[in-house]
Design a protein around this ligand. Structure first.
Ligand SMILES: C[S@@+](CC[C@H](N)C(=O)[O-])C[C@H]1O[C@@H](n2cnc3c(N)ncnc32)[C@H](O)[C@@H]1O
Length: 275
């Protein structure tokens, strides 16, 4: 298949913005192009124009599928186990020391494995009832999966390994039941979690938090969009509260970097120190 040109990608993002009100204009070009290419193969579009034609229509169901395919949903429980050790041993104890309810935002939560990891960690710290969690994503279909908390049993192997590397207190299978190739997570863990659709590109801050996790999301954004989204996070954090990003992401090139202090450079944890 011929490589899609930048001008074609521009025409595509313009069309999506006009017809469907989603703005992908500042997503990182190379990964966005790969996703478009993948969609064309998956849905067997004969040409780029055929894809454009499909998106020009008002097939909402197709657009939801397109949205799910254009965004990368790969995730796992306790992804980067040493990050979860840092949360358990340093960040969460600091936040919980005041003995007040703390609030956590998972921005770009995908199918919810990150949220279950947090709930399990908090339960093992006897702190699940001291925390309010909001989990958001641009993609409603993936949020439905997060709400379900049903994963492929095969995926639980890597999740279990991560949990062991993080030195969880028990065995991960204490938190789910396996049946017919599926793992049903214990929903009581997330009974107080609020899942909601939220687009980091177009929406503003909606509450204040003590900890924001936005891991492996901004890697798909260009610098302009990263700056914009980090402003939303800055506004959504109390002073002296924490922001955690993905292991391949960084704050140092961002306009707002001087308002944050590096807490752990390896695990990409930052503290908001200036309003
Ligand atoms: C690779 S997953 C990361 C999941 C999890 N945070 C982790 O680190 O394993 C990226 C998620 O970001 C979401 N996402 C992409 N663009 C977004 C946007 N503009 N607003 C909110 N979420 C977005 C995708 O739908 C996807 O679920």
């Amino acid at each position: 298949m011929q490589e899609i040109e930048i001008s074609q990608l521009r025409a595509l993002t313009d069309l999506i913005k006009q017809r469907h009100d989603y703005d992908f204009g500042n997503y990182a070009m190379s990964s966005f192009r790969r996703r478009v290419q993948r969609i064309m193969e998956l849905y067997k579009f004969a040409s780029f124009d055929a894809l454009m034609e499909k998106l020009r229509g008002s097939d909402a169901k197709y657009f939801q599928e397109f949205l799910s395919e254009i965004t990368v949903n790969v995730t796992e429980m306790f992804r980067d186990p040493t990050f979860w050790v840092e949360l358990r041993d340093t960040i969460l104890p600091a936040l919980l020391s005041d003995n007040k309810i703390i609030s956590i935002w998972h921005a770009g939560c995908s199918s919810g494995e990150e949220v279950y990891s947090m709930a399990i960690l908090l339960k093992e710290m006897n702190a699940l009832d001291k925390v309010r969690i909001v989990a958001t994503d641009i993609d409603n279909a993936i949020l439905a999966k997060a709400r379900d908390g049903v994963y492929s049993a095969k995926n639980m192997e890597v999740n279990q390994k991560n949990y062991e590397r993080m030195q969880g207190l028990y065995s991960l299978d204490a938190y789910y039941k396996e049946q017919a190739g599926k793992a049903y997570l214990d929903k009581t863990l997330v009974k107080d979690v609020s899942y909601r659709e939220h687009n980091l590109v177009s929406e503003v801050s909606f509450a204040k938090f003590d900890l924001i996790l936005c891991r492996n999301v901004m890697i798909y954004f260009n610098q302009t969009l990263q700056n914009q989204v980090l402003k939303v996070f800055h506004e959504s954090l109390y002073k002296n509260s924490f922001l955690a990003i993905g292991s391949k992401e960084s704050l140092i090139w961002c306009e707002i970097a001087n308002k944050f202090l590096v807490v752990n450079n390896e695990e990409k944890v930052y503290k908001k120190v200036k309003d």
